[in-house]
Design a binder for this molecule. Sequence first.
Ligand code: CDP
Ligand code: CDP
Length: 205
Amino acid sequence: MSFAVAIDGPAAAGKGTISKAVAAHFGFAHLDTGLLYRAVGAKVRDGAEPVAAAQTLQPQDLEAGDLRTPQVADYASKVAVIPEVRAALVDFQRAFAARAGGAVLDGRDIGTVICPDAQAKLFVTASAECRAERRFKELTGNGIEVTLEGVLADVIARDTRDRERAEAPMVAAEDAVLIDTSDLTIEAAVNQAIAVINAARSART
Ligand code: CDP
Ligand code: CDP
């Protein structure tokens, strides 16, 4: 039986960290849908046409080495406003969500557009300063040269673009549970997410 968990929220809120932990806890598969847009963004940076890049995306494109850089994130959020790019990525995400054994998908529009019928929906947020600081530590820890001010400006610009686009904007689904991780440890945030999913599971049986 399928069971889909939708985890949305702004940049560096902790979506991926929480998704991986809950997927491991419940034995569900996990898809970081941001990687799809990052992979298209990387191809566009290298000269591809955005819609063609999205329509011909291959699983191995998600393994490219530099998808986590701020440059690729910026390209990703720019291709993500194009309706035909988003449309080309829908079937793959929905098929993933429907897999037997359960799935966790994290992104911006999972609870609203990709899986409006998801059994559990979370919207994970934190203050922009807090998110920028975490992303700064993560990037510098991976040897990527950035400044805190630069990361904060990037995060704010990307959030604004994601929130204000016409197609599938970033917004909490009406039935999503909000988790603000600003003052939470990773463990506390994960435990809140697990509690929400457990409640959804018992409501279903
Ligand atoms: O997937 P998303 O961009 O929303 O965020 P992430 O990659 O899961 O988290 C960004 C960074 O914040 C990672 O380095 C996490 O370890 C860290 N983090 C944290 O410090 N506290 C939390 N409650 C959640 C994430
Ligand atoms: O890790 P972080 O939260 O910084 O970004 P991401 O989840 O990897 O997403 C990169 C960009 O892809 C976002 O800024 C969005 O523009 C786009 N995206 C989207 O439009 N819809 C999704 N479901 C996931 C990502």
